[in-house]
Every structure is written in C-alpha cells, then in structure tokens.
Design a protein around this ligand. Structure first.
Ligand SMILES: [Zn+2]
Length: 494
C-alpha cells in the first residue's frame, strides 16, 4: 500500500464525512437536491477547516452522474473519480497566491466560454482568492456579472475583507467555522483507531488544542507525533514533541505566584529553560487560571487535582492574574527576548497579586497602566525593530507635559526622523495623550532598559524577594498599586 499523509488520506470525500460544518453542509445538500444552483460560491473561514475540501465535494455533486439520495456524490462515476484523482478536465483548481496577475486570470477566463467537455458544468475553484490583483478582480467581475449557464465559480479565502464588495455580492457566501476542540479529538480518535494507532485521551486533547480549530493542522501535527511516538501515543511524550509544559510545572508556577514567592517562581522558570516556548508556558498558566475561575462559578466538584487545590483562591485575584497575562501576551510577537517577557510578566503578577488583596484591582488598572515608570514601561511600549533597540539604551523621564529622552551620544547621532516618530507615537499611545519630546545625550546608564536586562542576568533573582521586602520605595510603590523599577542593582553589585 502506498503511503499517504494523514491529512490527504482522511480528507472527506462526501458531505457526510465533513466534520464540524453541519450548517454549511446541510445548506449545500439542500441546494443540490432542490436544483437551486448558484453560479458563484464563496467559502470563507480560517485555514485548515475544510473550505477547499467542501468545494471539491460540491463540485463532484454538481457534476455527478449518479447522485446518492439526490445530494451526495457517488465517488465512482467518471466525473467523481476524475476529480478525486485530480485529473478532471471540467474542474479547474487555481491557487491565487501563486497565480494572481492579470495575465494568469485572462488566460483562465478565456476558457470560460468553451463548453464543458463531458460534464454538466465547468467549475473553477480559486483558492485564496483575496490574493488576486485589482486588475484580476475586475476581469473576474465581468464574468461574474453574466456567467455562461455552464460555468460555476467557487472561491475560497481566509480573508474575505480583502475581496471587493461587488464580487461578494454576486456570490453565495458560505462561512465555515473553526472546529471545536472536542470535535477534533473525536475525529482523531476515530482516525487513529482505524489506522491502528494506540493513544490515550489526554494525547488527543493535547493535539486538538495545538491545532487551534484547524482539522488539517491537527492531522499534520498527528503525523509528527505518531512517528515520534512510534504509533503509541502517551501524554508525556506527546507533550515533549509539542513542547507543551508539564501540568506539574504550571501548577507549581501558579502556586508560587499565589504564595508571592518570587525566588521559587524564577527558579521554576530557570529550570524550565531559556530556549523553550515561553509564550506557550504563559498561555498554559492562563488556561489553568481560567479553568479554576470557571470551576468556581460552576460550583461543582472536579476530579482534576490541579484545579481543586486552588478552588478557594480569591476570584478577583484570578481575574487579575488572567488580565495581566492577557495584556502581556502581545509582547511575544515583538522581536524581544521572550524569556525576559515571561519573567517580567510573572513579577508583575506577584507584585499586583499582593496589592490586589488590599484594593479592588480592576478599578485601579487603568491608572496603573498609564503611569510613567521608566525603564519598566519599556516592555509595554508598542514599538518594533531598530527603534526599539535604540530606545533600549535610553533613560527617559517625564517633566510635566514633556518627555525627555536621553540617549548615548553615538545613538543620538544615528537616530533618524522616522525612528523618532515611531518612538514618540509609542509613548503617546501608551500614555494616551500627546506629549512634547525633548532629546539630549545626558543618559543615566543605570536607568536604561538595557541595564535592567543586564541586572536581571547578574543573578539578582536569588535576592529579589529579600530586596523587595527591604526596599522602602518598592513597598511604597506597591501601596499605590504601581510596579516601579526596583533598585536591585546597587544592592547586588556591592
Ligand atoms: Zn459521481
């Protein structure tokens, strides 16, 4: 038997095999059985959820010579088999991502006027149709306005907002939804059983979760996991392949945060590793927080020990930790050291966690975010690339309505107008007001983000908690619900 990758082997071949798109499937079956055929269909939705698979099934049903129950393709007539084999003359598939230009589109549309060779319809499936150039769209539009009766267009897109409204208005739009986690794990369970692959239920859930609503991704991931685990999937190994942290790590991390034990939290991180997926670790932590919060609302006993252990946690504290996690997730997409982002996020969680017991944190959140605390606020600025790297070397202070940016002489001399504009915008966005900006070269090297990172690297972690407790200014700051820059450096370096 020749080897087929799972995603291709288990692609649905008729409507009844399509998973998780019941509404779309039943609408399409009805339109076929009632012979209510449209001349243009637009399939929308995120990647890997079945847009082109469903379009192919529809194409087969439209041209099938032996429909089953008036709506399902038979998969055995000439037309069906030729589409299944990718050899159909009257079913033309184009990937607009690679053939987007006007010449390609013109070549294609020239064939529209010819009658189908052996089928009822000549069907064009254009995938990622939003990638077409405006000229191509215009050429297409002319054909959509008066399509010959033997022609059917099918478009698939992950980004329908980029398609002209005049095109959309001429199509029957079929919105496909992301697939729920449980549906994906049930499908995998079915496929693995048929493939004689051994698995435990937790492995399925891990794969389904990593696939983020995409069936194709779930099968691609499965491919990798199945070969690594030698066709016997066990939770521990699956975690390892997917880089998903052990529940024990997440449990201990949350415990250390709620215990306000900075040393423990940072030592867990150090053991976890500098080169692991830190964003995933934060997301896993947030998942646990979310599951605990939900179990508190449901007020029912759960069998999961990692949730039960935290069930008496103050609900507002959980909300707060979740919000801090959410607010910091966006930083991972910036080109910045992910390990530092994770550490700073946990420090924030601990610092705020202490404070949230004294006040209603939600009331104060807005204020805390817009306060000016250089260099701590550096990590929250929405700034990218070179400008971010240069700003890392600056000390910044606020003087009334003005913001003073002090760079080293050599940096100031290369800073261009565009970079200044980006930097100023990031401050204005962060502070939610327009400020005046002053530039000089009187940088205080102790107060730059770069120095802050160095200080972290110098092993301040061991003494952090002690420093925090002793540091009057830090405690005072906490009293006002702000996380300020902590002056560990002077203490540690002596
Ligand atoms: Zn057929």
């Amino acid at each position: 038997m020749s080897y087929l990758v799972l995603a291709r082997k288990w692609r649905p071949t008729n409507f009844s095999e399509v998973v998780g798109q019941e509404h779309a499937v039943s609408a399409l079956k009805n339109s076929i059985s009632s012979q209510n055929i449209h001349h243009a269909y637009l399939f929308t939705g995120t990647r890997g959820i079945g847009k082109t698979s469903i379009a192919r099934i529809l194409a087969k049903a439209l041209n099938c010579k032996d429909l089953i129950e008036n709506s399902e393709p038979c998969n055995s007539c000439d037309s069906c088999t030729s589409i299944n084999e990718g050899a159909a003359i009257d079913f033309i598939e184009i990937d607009a991502a690679s053939r987007r230009g006007i010449d390609d589109t013109k070549d294609l549309l020239e064939t529209v006027s010819y009658l189908p060779s052996s089928s009822k319809y000549k069907i064009y499936l254009i995938d990622e149709v939003h990638m077409l150039t405006p000229e191509s769209f215009n050429a297409l539009l002319k054909n959509l306005e008066e399509p010959p009766p033997h022609v059917i267009f099918m478009f698939a897109t992950t980004d329908h907002k980029k398609i002209l409204p005049t095109i959309i208005s001429r199509c029957l739009q079929i919105n496909l939804s992301s697939i729920p986690l449980k549906t994906i794990s049930n499908l995998l369970s079915d496929i693995f059983s048929k493939e004689k692959i051994k698995f435990d239920d937790n492995s399925l859930d891990l794969i389904a979760k990593a696939a983020q609503g995409s069936i194709r991704d779930s099968l691609t991931i499965s491919e990798k996991v199945v070969s690594f685990c030698n066709r016997n999937l066990k939770e521990k190994e699956v975690r390892e392949v997917l880089g998903i942290p052990e529940p024990e790590i997440i449990f201990n991390l949350l415990k250390s945060i709620l215990d306000e034990d900075v040393t423990e939290a940072l030592s867990i991180l150090d053991n976890y590793g500098e080169y692991e997926d830190h964003e995933l670790l934060l997301k896993s932590l947030m998942d646990l927080v979310q599951n605990i919060a939900i179990s508190q609302f449901e007020k029912k006993e759960t069998k999961k020990n990692n949730i039960n252990a935290f069930k008496n946690t103050d609900p507002s504290k959980l909300q707060f930790l979740y919000q801090i996690g959410l607010a910091n997730l966006k930083h991972f997409s910036l080109s910045y050291d992910s390990f530092s982002i994770l550490k700073m996020t946990l420090l924030k969680m601990i610092a705020f966690s202490q404070e949230s017991q004294k006040k209603n944190p939600l009331e104060n959140k807005h204020k805390s975010i817009t306060e000016f605390h250089w260099p701590k606020m550096f990590i929250d600025l929405n700034l990218n690339g070179m400008a971010r790297n240069l700003l890392k070397q600056a000390s910044v202070s606020q003087e009334g309505e003005k913001v003073r940016l002090s760079f080293p002489e050599n940096v100031l001399s290369i800073l261009n107008e565009d970079q200044k504009k980006d930097i100023e915008k990031s401050f204005n966005d962060f502070l939610k007001k327009q400020s005046m900006f002053i530039y000089d070269s009187n940088v205080d090297h102790n107060l730059t983000p770069e120095n802050e990172e160095k200080v972290m690297d110098k092993g301040f972690r061991r003494n952090l908690k002690k420093s925090m407790e002793k540091d009057e200014s830090f405690n005072e700051i906490l009293g006002n619900l702000k996380v300020d820059s902590i002056k560990f450096s002077k203490k540690d370096e002596t």
